[in-house]
Design a binder for this molecule. Structure first.
Ligand SMILES: [Zn+2]
Length: 293
């Protein structure tokens, strides 16, 4: 499943053709993906100018001038590709994305401010992705209640410490709670805990001391932000490489420090530990029992 850095990479890849462009027409080739398309989906978007392309957690959002907010989720296997004279697929993923025409479910025909024409195609073989519309000035229920973004300075030690206060769940589970931190997924929780030297099994509440600042929470907040920022940066470089690679779809080798590295040596210099895999809440957690406490 694409994680936040991949969604952000997709956003940055689509931005140059979508922001400021007018939607000339929309081809909607199915009545539904994971959810039914909203009523009058095509009609409500056709002719609109896209003011900005944003992201909230793992949702891509496109704000229409005088119109609805388009909310897209990539699900398990969704991808966008741009078809024009420089065809590209923004975002390079852990798993290869499909380009099979049978799975092209939505096509946005765009007219750019400089007069160029472009097509943005949404392809999704497993159809866990979805597109929704939100009326201007209202917050869609899908976006309501989401926690703080792990990308900005809002997530700092004191905030993280307060979020965790009194929680009896394992730290790993609390970090996956989307009402606390939005868009942080299984891979990057493992990576951030490893960077911070904190055990995923530690009780979340132990990040909130009775008084004073929590050094652990400071370390973890910094680790979360840096792990996400590094992955977005890597995605950005892959995007540049990809754009220059003349449209040939390649794998992007994510370099994870602990994720998916069970039985391999810990990469922390001088640690000497071996990465272990455990299952928490039905999902794999990877960590080093020597340097994570
Ligand atoms: Zn270690």
């Amino acid at each position: 499943m694409p994680e936040l850095p991949e969604v952000e990479t997709v956003r940055r890849g689509l931005q140059p053709v979508m922001e400021g462009a007018r939607i000339v027409s929309v081809e909607q080739r199915r009545p539904d993906l994971r959810f039914p398309f909203p009523p009058d989906f095509r009609e409500r978007l056709t002719g609109r100018r896209i003011v900005s392309l944003g992201r909230r957690a793992k949702y891509l959002t496109a704000e229409m001038e005088g119109g609805p907010l388009l909310i897209c989720h990539l699900g398990m296997s969704g991808s966008f590709r741009i078809e024009d004279e420089n065809a590209t697929t923004p975002g390079v993923f852990h798993h290869e994305r499909s380009k099979a025409a049978a799975h092209d479910h939505v096509v946005f025909h765009l007219s750019l401010p400089d007069g160029r024409r472009s097509m943005v195609v949404f392809n999704d073989p497993r159809r866990f992705g979805f597109m929704l519309l939100s009326d201007p000035g209202t917050e869609h229920p899908m976006l309501a209640g989401l926690g703080v973004e792990p990308t900005g300075n809002a997530l700092d030690g004191p905030l993280l410490s307060e979020m965790m206060r009194g929680r009896r769940s394992p730290l790993k589970a609390a970090l996956l709670d989307q009402t606390l931190i939005a868009g942080l997924g299984n891979i990057y929780v493992s990576e951030a805990l490893w960077r911070a030297g904190l055990s995923p099994r530690r009780l979340a509440g132990t990040l909130a001391p009775a008084r004073g600042r929590s050094e652990r929470a400071e370390r973890l907040a910094t680790s979360i932000r840096s792990v996400i920022a590094d992955a977005i940066e890597a995605g950005g470089s892959s995007l540049r490489d990809y754009v220059h690679a003349d449209g040939s779809l390649g794998y992007f080798q994510h370099s994870f420090s602990v994720y998916d590295r069970e039985g391999q040596p810990c990469r922390k210099p001088g640690c000497g530990g071996t990465v272990r895999r455990i299952v928490q809440g039905g999902r794999s957690t990877f960590y080093c029992p020597v340097c994570q406490h």
